[in-house]
Design a protein around this ligand. Structure first.
Ligand code: E4P
Length: 217
């Protein structure tokens, strides 16, 4: 399962990229606004921190406008992945861009039928938002299960990119279901490294090691 980080904060991305475990980055207009940075400039910088796909989202709502924006975005770097919303115009744009060799991430997916349409439009990634689904009284992970089943039934190549992740259980469930990718905030990814028994174990080993009076090297 690939790990993408969902942020436009350069320091956070660089920190995770240094672990060697980062496979890509997702951004959205809200994350760009939060960073306070120029969209094109920060996207270019992010693309230099990872070889993996970096999702940059269009803001036009019509097909022609989306195509115009995508033209600008895909010139930023070879690893830019154009993010489009799951609308008729978004999927029309997805079909045109993937047909032309660009990566496309279809975002704001909230139903398995929408995911089916994204796959038929040739999406590279589909982003079902599990956290926002949970927030509205549904089970986000059920959505991922349904999409996995449908994509496997028809051997669709579209990768399921689980988005709007709030905690480690979303990631664990995604892995059990067989999602292709997760994207999560930096703090959620960093939280996966932690376990109280790991910390306690290190503490105990170091205390015993000190008693030996030895050093390595
Ligand atoms: C996905 O690509 C989105 O950027 C993101 O996961 C949205 O998450 P949120 O619901 O926490 O805003």
């Amino acid at each position: 399962m690939k790990f993408f980080v969902d942020t436009a904060e350069i320091a956070e991305i660089a920190d995770l990229a240094a672990t060697g475990l980062l496979d890509g980055v997702t951004t959205n207009p809200s994350l760009i606004a939060k960073s306070g940075r120029d969209f094109i400039e920060v996207t270019k910088e992010i693309c230099g921190l990872t070889d993996g796909p970096v999702s940059a989202e269009v803001v036009a709502l019509d097909h022609e406008g989306m195509m115009r924006e995508a033209e600008i975005l895909r010139k930023i770097a070879d690893n830019v992945c154009i993010k489009v919303p799951l609308t008729i115009d978004g999927l029309k744009t997805c079909k045109a861009l993937t047909g032309d060799g660009s990566m496309v991430n279809v975002t704001l997916c909230f139903s398995a039928n929408q995911a089916l349409l994204a796959a038929k439009a040739g999406a590279t990634f589909v982003s079902p938002f599990v956290g926002r689904h949970d927030d509205n009284g549904f089970d986000g992970m059920d959505l991922i299960r349904d999409i996995r089943l449908i994509y496997d039934n028809y051997a669709f190549g579209t990768e399921i990119l689980v988005a709007s992740i709030r905690h480690g259980v979303h990631i664990l469930e995604s892995a059990k279901i067989g999602a292709d990718v997760i994207t999560a905030p930096p703090a959620v990814i960093k939280g996966l490294f932690k376990h109280v028994l790991t910390d306690k174990g290190i503490e105990g080993f170091l205390a015993d090691w000190a008693k030996t009076g030895q050093s390595i090297g």
